[in-house]
Design a protein around this ligand. Structure first.
Ligand code: PAD
Ligand code: ZN
Length: 381
């Protein structure tokens, strides 16, 4: 039956439901959209599940430089419906994850052993268009932009082949969408980028989806002390269950949080992570590190025009400041392995998923997210 259905839609425009952010800050609207067939080196995917990431919320609020109207979402799992000319790495029926950062394997980043911020990405800046500078979505006769060339809040999406990771056929598709962003971003920041060491001290600013995955990575790496910082104390019990040893709410402290972290650790932490996306918390994370050998990783995506101001003379003391996207993983090469690791019980992503709702309850999902009730809410198609 499924195969017949795939045959029927290949090469044709598909009409389906999608969420559209019509203008800055407006509530998402579920609309009927037309999704064009994939062009050369593109893949059309039938979405099965998508997570709501903090970056989607930033985008919908207009905090990032992104064109409206657009279809949000980038953290997705689905099944290839059809492929454009020249696509060789996936075929209809394959289980895949969408990748907000592609891997073209040709640019300076991809060719460098450490680089993962592929030059073909469309996050910073975001054109909202495919690589040929056109869109595959239409609604009510109007062109609709893509987000990060992923756009997963839709029953069908079209993405470049370089932004698709083929995953294990046994992967549970209602869960593994978070391995498209949250898991590599957070867990990867700790185990792959920072390479947190056994017995080390860590601080994690922001205990949402990404921060929780960072905590998991710190714990898995054998950190002896993990300080968690959040203004929402509802996040604390779950964070403790994942490995946080000390919880701090900056709003209840009489001193700046970085001063408290310094006093708690006497010398500052070995590893600090910022997973919120605010300049103030980035500075607090930086100032929580050991002056000489501390390593500070910036994971949160800051709003488009914000600046980071650091005390310049202090820079020479030796601390490392590093930005990190998707855990520094070369996405197509490494992300499928995380799915396999999950299937082989080497990592457990289940505690990161607190809610699963049908796609048409998108508004309820965003309400729960804004009320600070979720770690990750997954929408199911
Ligand atoms: P989230 O909303 O689940 O988590 C954010 C957490 O920060 C929440 O628990 C908040 O309560 C907490 N918080 C907010 N303000 C403050 C504050 N002033 N002090 C302390 N805590 C605060 O979002 P998320 O975990 O999905 O995403 C977190 C950030 O990571 C966000 O900026 C997102 O854009 C970014 C991100 N980066 C990458 C990357 O590759 N670099 C990938 C995915 C997400
Ligand atoms: Zn994301």
């Amino acid at each position: 039956m499924e195969r017949k259905f795939i045959m029927d839609t290949s090469g044709k425009t598909i009409t389906c439901r999608a969420a559209i952010a019509w203008k800055t800050g407006s509530t998402l609207a579920i609309e009927e959209v037309q999704v064009d067939p994939p062009k050369a080196r593109e893949v059309r995917i039938k979405m099965i599940s998508t997570g709501i990431c903090g970056t989607d919320d930033h985008a919908v609020k207009g905090l990032l430089s992104i064109n409206f109207p657009f279809i949000p979402g980038h953290e997705g799992a689905g099944i290839v419906e059809s492929i454009g000319e020249g696509v060789s790495s996936v075929k209809p029926g394959d289980k895949v994850l969408t990748l907000a950062i592609p891997q073209c394997r040709e640019c300076s980043s991809c060719l460098h052993p450490k680089g993962n911020f592929c030059e073909k990405q469309d996050v910073l800046p975001s054109s909202g268009l495919m690589l040929d500078k056109t869109s595959r979505f239409t609604c009510k006769g109007k062109k609709i932009y893509h987000s990060f060339r992923a756009s997963t809040f839709t029953e069908y999406t079209v993405v470049p082949e370089i932004a698709v990771a083929k995953i294990d056929a046994a992967a549970p598709m209602d869960k593994v969408s978070i391995i498209s962003c949250e898991v590599p971003t957070g867990y990867g920041a700790a185990v792959n980028s920072a390479k947190v060491t056994r017995g080390s001290t860590c601080v994690v600013f922001g205990l949402g989806g990404v921060g929780s995955a960072i905590v998991m990575g710190c714990k898995a790496s054998g950190a002896s002390r993990i300080i968690g910082v959040d203004i929402n104390e509802e996040k604390f019990p779950r964070a403790r269950a994942l490995g946080v040893t000390d919880c701090l709410n900056p709003r209840n402290l009489k001193k700046p949080v970085q001063q408290v972290v310094m006093e708690m650790t006497r010398v500052g932490v070995d590893f600090a992570f910022e997973a919120i996306g605010l300049s103030d918390t980035m500075i607090a994370a930086w100032d929580s590190c050991h002056r000489s050998y501390g390593v500070c990783l910036m994971v949160g995506v800051a709003s488009s025009n914000s600046q980071l101001s650091l005390n310049a003379p202090d820079i020479i003391s030796g601390r490392t400041l590093k930005g990190v996207c998707l855990g520094d993983y070369k996405t197509r090469d490494c992300i499928p392995q995380l799915v396999t690791d999950y299937l082989q019980n080497k990592i457990n992503i289940d505690p990161l998923i607190t809610h699963q709702l049908p796609f048409d309850q998108l508004h309820k999902a965003f309400e729960l997210y804004h009320a600070g009730k979720t770690i990750r809410c997954i929408l199911l198609f």
